[in-house]
Design a protein around this ligand. Structure first.
Ligand code: IVH
Length: 675
């Protein structure tokens, strides 16, 4: 290791730091972009440690683009919305050869000269726009609504294949757009890690990429296996007049540009490219969902221009969902919270679009009948939206002559009660709502959910244990549990028992609208519950509201009104509510009860940012809404108040200051409400 004692002056230290940064940028590029590392991980770490040590010792040389900054920060950033300098449009989609030929004909009618297309892979991830000034990454913005997107720079800086500093002869100012994605292997490994920690797996690599960009903690983003291909340069002084040559240049500056793009002169070449990649895509280490075809000559692109939504000079071809054949092994029938029976097909495991599929929902008996499903059938499956597997048809030719058609069950698989079908509904129901075990446990699981009573520490497994141990039969029983009962259950230690009891108690503070949702009245979802709680601010009033009054409430129609009336017609539901009342659960919209129909914030807009101690963000939002105010997500000249909590994003704060917006804390806001 170098000896710095003899570094007599700051210049020598600055030069050393600069040299280390250059070396690390170079090795990052070799490793993450070119996949050709020239030093070992160990040697890389040594260089990084040396840099970190010098940066800590000499903070005056700090640089936000140092390779050491890629580890992310723990600060909770709120995203600022940034207008795109050039709107971030999407592409027109085509799904078959004739639509591609139409596109080519349209272009040829408008351009009389010879020209070429560039065909590229359509990466399946999240679009990003990166702005570079004087070779430095200054901003990374998501697509957002096309006109403005989220500033996710700290998160994007953790993606190692995105250069923070460029090499060579780049324009002073330009934007480059691309796709952030999760390579399949990284996605699978990451999901295994998540499951080991008891976390839910991410649905697919695309959601993984898009979700990661929106994480508020860039240190967490740094742990996600993200990568980025760049495919589109924008700016007033681009190096050449051809898209393909600009991509080549971008590669020289340090960007990861796919080597699979191809210049095509005829429609037949384009079709050949499409067919090749449709077959070959399964061998790529990342997902693509189609092909993008672009006119190469930028002057022609300008001539062709844009429609309101997309460029005329480019189009995408979307691959058809991948399909595979497999065998139907058996059908399970699941009973949900409302008693609805969902048939689920067990399939011979088969690999499809990135994951192994073993099960597919059949939704209801009509679907089974329409497919004409028989026992042991060979079925064709695909993934809807590339996520959820579904059976699209049956290969009748492969059916055994003696195979019997699938007959939907007549009795509940859990409690044996005869199933019924309501008029106009596709599902069969088990009507034994009071005693059918999964209906009981699912109702309790719904009640404790994050968007309902948010009882942390209690999960579906514990609920099932408690139910089996005869300790709970309904949601009111939760409030009579004690620590000793919990400790006796398998796998619950003293500490978690205490936590569960504390969390159950804490749930008595959950506002009425969420309690109403938690009760699980059919068709009363989160939004309906909010509207109801606002219009009819207590459970007693709701219980006594007539059908005519109910349907006057915004978003309440015949179906919901009937369902509410039948809920309150059941004696055991009234008993349940009375027990919950005794436990201290909120059955009144407190603020609106105190300030009925207050309009004190009408015409006022608020932005809430940071962490709060007295009320939750949702409660603050509710107070604003109840009092006639508007909640905005971003600070803009239309904002009247910024309610600033702990650790709020510095960008938001300084923007609010610049715009002269009133900045208040939580206590000041509550005082405003109570005044
Ligand atoms: S070009 C104005 N090229 O697909 C044209 N887009 O709806 C800008 N995408 O928004 C897009 N791979 O998120 C382009 N090679 C590629 C692409 C690509 C994926 C995404 C991108 C775009 C969407 C099209």
């Amino acid at each position: 290791m170098a000896n710095y004692a003899d570094m007599k002056n700051n210049d020598a230290i600055a030069a050393k730091i600069d040299q280390l940064r250059k070396q690390l940028h170079h090795h990052n590029h070799l490793y993450y972009v070119l996949n050709k590392p020239s030093i070992s991980d160990y040697e890389f770490d040594q260089l990084m440690n040396e840099l970190l040590r010098l940066e800590t010792e000499y903070p005056q040389f700090n640089d936000i683009n140092s390779p050491s900054r890629r580890v992310g920060s723990d600060i909770n950033e709120n995203f600022e919305q940034i207008p795109h300098k050039y709107p971030m449009l999407s592409l027109g989609n085509t799904y078959n050869e004739s639509e591609i030929r139409d596109f080519d004909n349209r272009i040829r009618k408008l351009i009389n000269s010879n020209f070429q297309y560039v065909c590229e892979l359509k990466f399946d991830g999240a679009a990003i726009g990166l702005t570079y000034n004087n070779g430095k990454l200054v901003r990374a913005v998501t697509r957002g609504d096309g006109d403005k997107g989220d500033d996710v720079t700290p998160n994007v800086k953790t993606i190692k294949s995105i250069p923070l500093i460029l090499n060579g002869n780049y324009p002073d100012e330009f934007e480059i757009r691309g796709e952030i994605f999760m390579p399949r292997k990284g996605f699978e490994a990451y999901n295994i890690e998540r499951q080991k920690k008891g976390e839910d797996p991410l649905a697919n690599p695309r959601n993984g990429a898009a979700g990661s960009l929106k994480l508020l903690n860039s240190a967490l983003v740094a742990q996600r296996p993200l990568d980025c291909y760049l495919y589109y340069l924008l700016g007033s002084s681009l190096p050449t007049n051809f898209h393909s040559q600009n991509l080549q240049k971008a590669k020289e500056w340090g960007f990861k540009v796919s080597e699979h793009f191809k210049i095509c002169s005829s429609i037949d070449e384009i079709i050949e490219y499409i067919n090749y990649w449709d077959k070959e895509r399964k061998n790529l280490p990342y997902d693509i969902d189609g092909i993008v075809i672009k006119v190469d000559d930028i002057r022609l692109q300008e001539k062709l221009g844009f429609t309101a939504k997309s460029p005329r000079w480019a189009i995408s071809y979307k691959f058809k969902a991948e399909q595979v054949n497999t065998k139907l092994l058996s059908i399970d029938y699941q009973v949900g919270r409302t008693g609805a029976i969902t048939p689920v097909a067990n399939l011979e495991p088969v690999f499809l679009a990135g994951t192994t599929v073993k099960r597919a929902s059949l939704h209801n008996s009509d679907i089974i009948a329409n497919l004409g499903l028989h026992k042991g059938d060979t079925v064709i499956i695909e993934k809807g939206g590339e996520i959820i597997p579904k059976i699209t048809s049956v290969v009748v030719d492969e059916r055994n002559d003696t195979a019997e058609p699938i007959a939907f069950i007549k009795k509940c698989p859990e409690c044996g009660t005869t199933l019924i079908r309501y008029e106009g509904e596709a599902a069969y129901y088990c009507p034994n709502s009071m005693y059918c075990p999964p209906q009981i446990t699912e109702r309790i699981i719904h009640f404790i959910g994050r968007k309902a009573m948010n009882i942390d520490g209690l999960g579906s497994k514990t609920i099932e244990l408690l139910f089996k141990a005869n300790l709970i039969h309904n949601v009111a029983d939760l409030y009579q549990l004690n620590e000793n009962q919990l400790i006796e259950l398998e796998g619950i230690a003293e500490k978690s028992a205490t936590q569960i009891i504390t969390e159950i108690k804490k749930s008595t503070e959950i506002p009425y609208a969420r309690v109403l949702f938690a009760l699980g009245i059919r068709f009363v979802g989160e939004t309906v519950a909010k509207k109801l709680a606002k219009a009819i601010p207590s459970i007693e009033q709701l219980q006594n509201t007539s059908y005519e009054e109910l349907i006057k409430v915004e978003e309440i129609g015949d179906k919901i009104a009937q369902s509410i009336l039948s809920f309150f017609n059941i004696e055991s539901n009234i008993e349940l509510i009375n027990r919950l009342k005794k436990a201290g659960i909120q059955f009144k919209t407190t603020t609106s009860a105190l300030f009925p129909n207050s309009q004190k914030f009408s015409n006022l807009s608020f932005v809430i940012s940071g962490k709060f101690t007295i009320k939750s963000r949702d409660e603050l939002k509710e107070l604003i809404e109840i009092n006639g105010g508007k909640n905005l997500s971003a600070v803009s000249p239309n904002t009247d108040y910024l309610i600033a909590g702990e650790n709020m994003g510095p960008a938001k704060l300084s923007k609010a200051e610049k715009l002269g917006i009133k900045i208040i804390n939580e206590t000041e806001f509550i005082e405003m409400v109570e005044k």
